[in-house]
Design a protein around this ligand. Structure first.
Ligand code: TXA
Ligand code: MG
Length: 324
Protein backbone atom coordinates (compact mmCIF):
# COMPACT_ATOMS: atom_id res chain seq x y z
CA UNK A 1 0.00 0.00 0.00
CA UNK A 2 1.21 3.47 -0.83
CA UNK A 3 0.14 6.84 0.59
CA UNK A 4 0.06 9.75 -1.85
CA UNK A 5 0.04 13.12 -0.08
CA UNK A 6 -1.66 16.06 -1.79
CA UNK A 7 -2.02 14.07 -5.03
CA UNK A 8 -1.41 15.81 -8.34
CA UNK A 9 -3.75 15.34 -11.29
CA UNK A 10 -1.41 12.66 -12.67
CA UNK A 11 -1.34 10.81 -9.37
CA UNK A 12 -5.14 10.93 -9.22
CA UNK A 13 -5.18 9.51 -12.76
CA UNK A 14 -2.95 6.71 -11.54
CA UNK A 15 -5.34 6.07 -8.62
CA UNK A 16 -8.34 5.92 -10.96
CA UNK A 17 -6.46 3.38 -13.09
CA UNK A 18 -5.72 1.35 -9.94
CA UNK A 19 -9.46 1.32 -9.17
CA UNK A 20 -10.25 0.24 -12.74
CA UNK A 21 -7.71 -2.58 -12.34
CA UNK A 22 -9.55 -3.84 -9.27
CA UNK A 23 -7.42 -2.35 -6.50
CA UNK A 24 -8.67 -0.40 -3.49
CA UNK A 25 -8.14 3.36 -3.10
CA UNK A 26 -8.90 5.15 0.16
CA UNK A 27 -9.78 8.79 -0.50
CA UNK A 28 -10.93 11.90 1.36
CA UNK A 29 -14.46 13.25 1.18
CA UNK A 30 -15.93 16.26 2.95
CA UNK A 31 -17.45 13.95 5.60
CA UNK A 32 -14.95 11.16 6.38
CA UNK A 33 -12.40 9.10 4.39
CA UNK A 34 -13.86 6.33 2.23
CA UNK A 35 -12.37 3.00 1.16
CA UNK A 36 -13.13 2.87 -2.56
CA UNK A 37 -13.53 0.10 -5.11
CA UNK A 38 -15.04 -0.08 -8.62
CA UNK A 39 -18.74 -0.53 -7.80
CA UNK A 40 -19.18 -2.91 -10.77
CA UNK A 41 -16.27 -5.21 -9.85
CA UNK A 42 -17.45 -7.95 -7.50
CA UNK A 43 -13.97 -9.15 -6.62
CA UNK A 44 -12.74 -5.66 -5.76
CA UNK A 45 -15.87 -4.98 -3.71
CA UNK A 46 -15.44 -8.22 -1.79
CA UNK A 47 -12.02 -6.97 -0.70
CA UNK A 48 -13.64 -3.91 0.92
CA UNK A 49 -15.61 -6.28 3.13
CA UNK A 50 -12.57 -8.33 4.08
CA UNK A 51 -10.34 -5.30 4.75
CA UNK A 52 -13.03 -3.74 6.97
CA UNK A 53 -14.14 -6.99 8.58
CA UNK A 54 -17.68 -5.98 7.67
CA UNK A 55 -20.59 -8.43 7.26
CA UNK A 56 -21.41 -8.79 3.53
CA UNK A 57 -25.11 -8.01 3.93
CA UNK A 58 -24.27 -4.39 4.86
CA UNK A 59 -24.79 -2.28 1.73
CA UNK A 60 -22.26 0.20 0.35
CA UNK A 61 -22.79 3.76 -0.90
CA UNK A 62 -22.00 4.32 -4.58
CA UNK A 63 -20.21 7.64 -5.18
CA UNK A 64 -20.67 9.41 -8.52
CA UNK A 65 -19.28 12.74 -9.76
CA UNK A 66 -22.65 14.35 -10.51
CA UNK A 67 -26.39 13.83 -10.70
CA UNK A 68 -25.91 12.97 -14.41
CA UNK A 69 -24.99 9.39 -13.52
CA UNK A 70 -27.88 8.92 -11.08
CA UNK A 71 -30.17 7.15 -13.54
CA UNK A 72 -27.52 4.56 -14.31
CA UNK A 73 -27.77 3.33 -10.72
CA UNK A 74 -31.34 4.11 -9.65
CA UNK A 75 -34.84 3.76 -11.04
CA UNK A 76 -38.31 5.12 -10.10
CA UNK A 77 -36.67 8.24 -8.66
CA UNK A 78 -39.32 10.39 -6.93
CA UNK A 79 -39.49 14.12 -7.69
CA UNK A 80 -38.59 15.02 -4.12
CA UNK A 81 -35.34 13.04 -4.44
CA UNK A 82 -34.41 15.02 -7.55
CA UNK A 83 -35.11 18.23 -5.62
CA UNK A 84 -32.89 17.08 -2.76
CA UNK A 85 -30.13 16.08 -5.18
CA UNK A 86 -30.26 19.39 -7.06
CA UNK A 87 -30.08 21.33 -3.82
CA UNK A 88 -27.57 19.37 -1.73
CA UNK A 89 -25.25 17.64 -4.24
CA UNK A 90 -22.33 17.73 -4.34
CA UNK A 91 -22.57 17.46 -0.58
CA UNK A 92 -22.89 15.38 2.59
CA UNK A 93 -26.11 13.56 1.65
CA UNK A 94 -26.78 9.97 0.56
CA UNK A 95 -30.05 9.05 -1.14
CA UNK A 96 -31.47 5.53 -0.92
CA UNK A 97 -33.37 4.77 -4.13
CA UNK A 98 -34.80 1.78 -5.98
CA UNK A 99 -31.82 0.18 -7.67
CA UNK A 100 -31.28 -0.24 -11.41
CA UNK A 101 -30.00 -3.50 -12.89
CA UNK A 102 -26.45 -2.07 -12.71
CA UNK A 103 -26.54 -2.08 -8.90
CA UNK A 104 -25.81 -5.69 -8.03
CA UNK A 105 -26.49 -7.59 -4.81
CA UNK A 106 -22.81 -7.42 -3.89
CA UNK A 107 -23.12 -3.66 -3.24
CA UNK A 108 -26.74 -3.51 -2.04
CA UNK A 109 -26.44 -6.36 0.47
CA UNK A 110 -29.18 -8.13 -1.49
CA UNK A 111 -31.70 -5.31 -0.99
CA UNK A 112 -33.67 -3.85 -3.90
CA UNK A 113 -32.43 -0.31 -3.24
CA UNK A 114 -29.09 1.45 -3.59
CA UNK A 115 -27.36 4.30 -1.74
CA UNK A 116 -25.93 7.11 -3.92
CA UNK A 117 -23.83 10.15 -3.05
CA UNK A 118 -22.01 12.96 -4.89
CA UNK A 119 -19.17 14.08 -2.58
CA UNK A 120 -18.04 17.69 -2.32
CA UNK A 121 -14.28 17.37 -2.01
CA UNK A 122 -11.67 18.25 -4.64
CA UNK A 123 -9.66 14.99 -4.56
CA UNK A 124 -12.85 12.87 -4.49
CA UNK A 125 -14.34 14.81 -7.40
CA UNK A 126 -11.16 14.54 -9.50
CA UNK A 127 -10.86 10.84 -8.73
CA UNK A 128 -14.48 10.20 -9.75
CA UNK A 129 -14.10 12.21 -12.96
CA UNK A 130 -10.86 10.44 -13.94
CA UNK A 131 -12.45 7.09 -13.10
CA UNK A 132 -15.47 7.94 -15.23
CA UNK A 133 -13.13 9.01 -18.08
CA UNK A 134 -11.78 5.45 -18.02
CA UNK A 135 -15.33 4.11 -18.41
CA UNK A 136 -15.98 3.67 -14.67
CA UNK A 137 -19.57 4.22 -13.50
CA UNK A 138 -19.22 4.65 -9.76
CA UNK A 139 -16.94 4.08 -6.76
CA UNK A 140 -18.49 2.33 -3.80
CA UNK A 141 -16.95 3.42 -0.54
CA UNK A 142 -17.78 2.79 3.10
CA UNK A 143 -15.94 4.77 5.77
CA UNK A 144 -12.30 3.60 5.77
CA UNK A 145 -12.29 2.07 9.26
CA UNK A 146 -12.61 -1.41 10.70
CA UNK A 147 -16.26 -2.42 11.17
CA UNK A 148 -17.75 -0.70 14.24
CA UNK A 149 -14.72 1.56 14.83
CA UNK A 150 -14.46 5.34 14.55
CA UNK A 151 -14.53 6.74 10.98
CA UNK A 152 -11.19 8.24 9.89
CA UNK A 153 -11.08 11.98 9.23
CA UNK A 154 -7.45 12.11 8.06
CA UNK A 155 -5.09 9.85 6.12
CA UNK A 156 -3.03 8.89 9.17
CA UNK A 157 -6.20 7.53 10.79
CA UNK A 158 -6.93 5.50 7.63
CA UNK A 159 -3.43 4.08 7.81
CA UNK A 160 -3.84 3.11 11.47
CA UNK A 161 -7.27 1.56 10.88
CA UNK A 162 -6.83 -0.47 7.72
CA UNK A 163 -3.27 0.06 6.44
CA UNK A 164 -2.09 -3.37 7.65
CA UNK A 165 -5.01 -5.10 5.87
CA UNK A 166 -4.45 -3.42 2.50
CA UNK A 167 -2.49 -4.94 -0.42
CA UNK A 168 0.73 -3.64 -1.93
CA UNK A 169 -1.10 -2.21 -4.99
CA UNK A 170 -3.78 -0.41 -2.94
CA UNK A 171 -3.49 3.35 -2.39
CA UNK A 172 -4.37 5.96 0.19
CA UNK A 173 -4.91 9.47 -1.19
CA UNK A 174 -4.08 12.00 1.50
CA UNK A 175 -6.13 15.15 0.98
CA UNK A 176 -5.83 16.52 4.50
CA UNK A 177 -8.51 16.71 7.18
CA UNK A 178 -12.17 16.20 6.25
CA UNK A 179 -14.10 19.47 6.37
CA UNK A 180 -17.23 18.20 8.12
CA UNK A 181 -15.94 15.25 10.13
CA UNK A 182 -19.08 13.10 10.52
CA UNK A 183 -20.75 10.84 7.97
CA UNK A 184 -23.36 11.95 5.42
CA UNK A 185 -27.07 12.28 6.13
CA UNK A 186 -28.82 9.21 4.69
CA UNK A 187 -32.33 9.68 3.34
CA UNK A 188 -34.61 6.81 2.33
CA UNK A 189 -36.33 7.97 -0.88
CA UNK A 190 -38.22 4.75 -1.62
CA UNK A 191 -41.45 5.91 0.09
CA UNK A 192 -43.94 8.70 -0.75
CA UNK A 193 -42.10 10.94 1.74
CA UNK A 194 -38.40 11.04 2.69
CA UNK A 195 -37.25 9.26 5.84
CA UNK A 196 -33.96 10.13 7.54
CA UNK A 197 -32.00 6.93 8.27
CA UNK A 198 -28.82 8.59 9.58
CA UNK A 199 -28.58 12.25 10.49
CA UNK A 200 -25.70 14.48 9.50
CA UNK A 201 -24.80 17.95 8.31
CA UNK A 202 -27.96 18.14 6.17
CA UNK A 203 -30.61 18.29 8.87
CA UNK A 204 -34.34 17.59 9.05
CA UNK A 205 -34.93 21.38 8.92
CA UNK A 206 -33.00 21.69 5.65
CA UNK A 207 -35.08 18.90 4.13
CA UNK A 208 -38.52 19.96 5.35
CA UNK A 209 -37.87 23.55 4.31
CA UNK A 210 -36.77 22.61 0.82
CA UNK A 211 -39.63 20.19 0.24
CA UNK A 212 -42.27 22.22 2.05
CA UNK A 213 -43.19 19.34 4.31
CA UNK A 214 -44.78 20.33 7.60
CA UNK A 215 -44.75 17.01 9.39
CA UNK A 216 -41.68 15.73 11.20
CA UNK A 217 -39.75 13.29 9.07
CA UNK A 218 -40.05 9.91 10.69
CA UNK A 219 -36.71 8.36 11.41
CA UNK A 220 -37.92 4.77 11.57
CA UNK A 221 -37.55 2.62 8.49
CA UNK A 222 -37.64 -1.04 7.70
CA UNK A 223 -34.53 -0.65 5.58
CA UNK A 224 -31.49 -2.34 7.00
CA UNK A 225 -28.57 0.03 7.56
CA UNK A 226 -25.72 -0.24 9.98
CA UNK A 227 -26.05 3.42 11.05
CA UNK A 228 -29.02 2.37 13.17
CA UNK A 229 -27.10 -0.08 15.32
CA UNK A 230 -26.93 1.15 18.87
CA UNK A 231 -23.21 0.65 19.22
CA UNK A 232 -21.06 2.10 16.46
CA UNK A 233 -18.26 4.59 15.94
CA UNK A 234 -16.65 3.26 19.11
CA UNK A 235 -13.25 4.02 20.61
CA UNK A 236 -11.61 1.64 23.09
CA UNK A 237 -11.81 4.06 26.01
CA UNK A 238 -14.92 4.06 28.16
CA UNK A 239 -17.15 7.09 27.65
CA UNK A 240 -18.93 9.04 30.37
CA UNK A 241 -21.46 11.62 29.28
CA UNK A 242 -21.78 15.02 31.02
CA UNK A 243 -19.72 13.92 34.03
CA UNK A 244 -16.79 15.84 35.44
CA UNK A 245 -13.63 13.95 34.46
CA UNK A 246 -11.15 12.69 37.03
CA UNK A 247 -7.37 13.08 36.94
CA UNK A 248 -5.85 11.15 34.04
CA UNK A 249 -9.11 10.98 32.10
CA UNK A 250 -9.79 12.67 28.77
CA UNK A 251 -12.19 15.54 28.13
CA UNK A 252 -14.15 16.41 24.99
CA UNK A 253 -16.29 19.53 25.35
CA UNK A 254 -17.00 22.94 23.88
CA UNK A 255 -14.44 25.60 24.77
CA UNK A 256 -16.88 27.20 27.27
CA UNK A 257 -16.23 24.23 29.57
CA UNK A 258 -12.94 24.52 31.46
CA UNK A 259 -10.42 21.70 31.92
CA UNK A 260 -10.07 20.49 35.54
CA UNK A 261 -6.48 20.03 36.73
CA UNK A 262 -4.85 16.75 35.74
CA UNK A 263 -7.40 16.09 32.98
CA UNK A 264 -6.28 15.60 29.36
CA UNK A 265 -8.12 17.99 27.09
CA UNK A 266 -8.72 16.25 23.74
CA UNK A 267 -10.29 19.17 21.88
CA UNK A 268 -11.68 22.63 22.49
CA UNK A 269 -14.23 23.39 19.73
CA UNK A 270 -15.79 26.85 19.74
CA UNK A 271 -19.07 25.82 18.08
CA UNK A 272 -20.98 22.77 16.84
CA UNK A 273 -19.32 22.78 13.40
CA UNK A 274 -15.87 22.67 15.00
CA UNK A 275 -17.17 20.01 17.40
CA UNK A 276 -18.22 17.74 14.48
CA UNK A 277 -14.92 18.41 12.74
CA UNK A 278 -12.85 17.40 15.79
CA UNK A 279 -14.94 14.66 17.43
CA UNK A 280 -13.59 11.54 15.71
CA UNK A 281 -9.95 12.62 15.76
CA UNK A 282 -10.33 13.36 19.50
CA UNK A 283 -11.73 9.88 20.18
CA UNK A 284 -8.83 8.45 18.20
CA UNK A 285 -6.34 10.61 20.10
CA UNK A 286 -7.71 9.20 23.38
CA UNK A 287 -7.07 5.66 22.17
CA UNK A 288 -3.59 6.54 20.89
CA UNK A 289 -2.76 8.03 24.30
CA UNK A 290 -4.04 4.83 25.91
CA UNK A 291 -6.66 6.67 27.98
CA UNK A 292 -9.05 4.40 29.85
CA UNK A 293 -11.91 6.90 30.12
CA UNK A 294 -13.19 10.01 28.34
CA UNK A 295 -15.73 12.45 29.65
CA UNK A 296 -17.79 14.00 26.87
CA UNK A 297 -20.00 17.03 27.37
CA UNK A 298 -22.78 17.07 24.78
CA UNK A 299 -23.32 20.15 22.62
CA UNK A 300 -26.80 21.63 22.24
CA UNK A 301 -28.99 19.93 19.65
CA UNK A 302 -29.17 22.76 17.13
CA UNK A 303 -27.98 22.27 13.54
CA UNK A 304 -25.35 19.58 13.34
CA UNK A 305 -25.53 19.27 17.18
CA UNK A 306 -28.19 16.57 16.92
CA UNK A 307 -25.92 14.41 14.75
CA UNK A 308 -22.98 14.94 17.11
CA UNK A 309 -25.12 13.80 20.08
CA UNK A 310 -26.24 10.77 18.06
CA UNK A 311 -22.64 9.75 17.27
CA UNK A 312 -21.52 10.27 20.89
CA UNK A 313 -24.39 8.14 22.20
CA UNK A 314 -23.44 5.38 19.77
CA UNK A 315 -19.78 5.60 20.75
CA UNK A 316 -20.81 5.43 24.43
CA UNK A 317 -23.16 2.47 23.92
CA UNK A 318 -20.12 0.25 23.49
CA UNK A 319 -19.06 0.92 27.05
CA UNK A 320 -22.12 -0.97 28.24
CA UNK A 321 -21.53 -3.80 25.81
CA UNK A 322 -24.53 -3.21 23.59
CA UNK A 323 -22.69 -4.91 20.76
CA UNK A 324 -23.91 -5.06 17.18
O1 TXA B 1 -20.23 10.20 4.58
C1 TXA B 1 -20.40 9.04 4.20
O2 TXA B 1 -21.51 8.58 3.91
C2 TXA B 1 -19.15 8.15 4.06
C3 TXA B 1 -18.29 8.69 2.93
C4 TXA B 1 -17.08 7.83 2.67
O3 TXA B 1 -19.08 8.83 1.78
N1 TXA B 1 -19.52 6.80 3.86
C5 TXA B 1 -20.07 6.03 4.83
O4 TXA B 1 -20.30 4.71 4.44
O5 TXA B 1 -20.33 6.44 5.93
P1 TXA B 1 -20.58 3.55 5.50
O6 TXA B 1 -20.67 2.30 4.68
O7 TXA B 1 -19.57 3.55 6.54
O8 TXA B 1 -21.99 3.90 6.03
C6 TXA B 1 -23.05 3.90 5.11
C7 TXA B 1 -24.32 3.50 5.73
C8 TXA B 1 -24.32 2.10 6.29
O9 TXA B 1 -25.02 2.15 7.53
C9 TXA B 1 -25.10 1.31 5.26
O10 TXA B 1 -25.77 0.24 5.87
C10 TXA B 1 -26.05 2.37 4.72
O11 TXA B 1 -25.29 3.52 4.67
N2 TXA B 1 -26.47 2.05 3.36
C11 TXA B 1 -25.73 2.00 2.23
N3 TXA B 1 -26.45 1.57 1.19
C12 TXA B 1 -27.69 1.38 1.65
C13 TXA B 1 -28.89 0.91 1.07
N4 TXA B 1 -28.96 0.54 -0.19
N5 TXA B 1 -29.98 0.80 1.85
C14 TXA B 1 -29.91 1.13 3.16
N6 TXA B 1 -28.80 1.57 3.78
C15 TXA B 1 -27.70 1.68 3.04
MG1 MG C 1 -19.02 3.50 8.45
Amino acid sequence: MEIITNPTQNEIKRASKALKDGHLVAFPTETVYGLGADATNEKAVSRIYSVKGRPTDHPLIVHISSINLLEKWASDIPDYAIKLANEFWPGPMTLILRKSSLAKDFITGGQNNVGIRVPDQTVAQLLLKEFENLGGLGICAPSANKFGAVSPTDAQAVLEEIGPSMDSSDLILDGGFCKIGIESTIIDCTKPEPIILRNGFITQEHITQLLNINSKIESKSTIKHSGNFQSHYSPKAEIFINQTPKTGQGLIALSSIKTPEGVIRLCCPKNNEEYAHQLYSSLRKADNLGLKAISIFLPDGTGIGESIIDRINKAAANAFNLTE
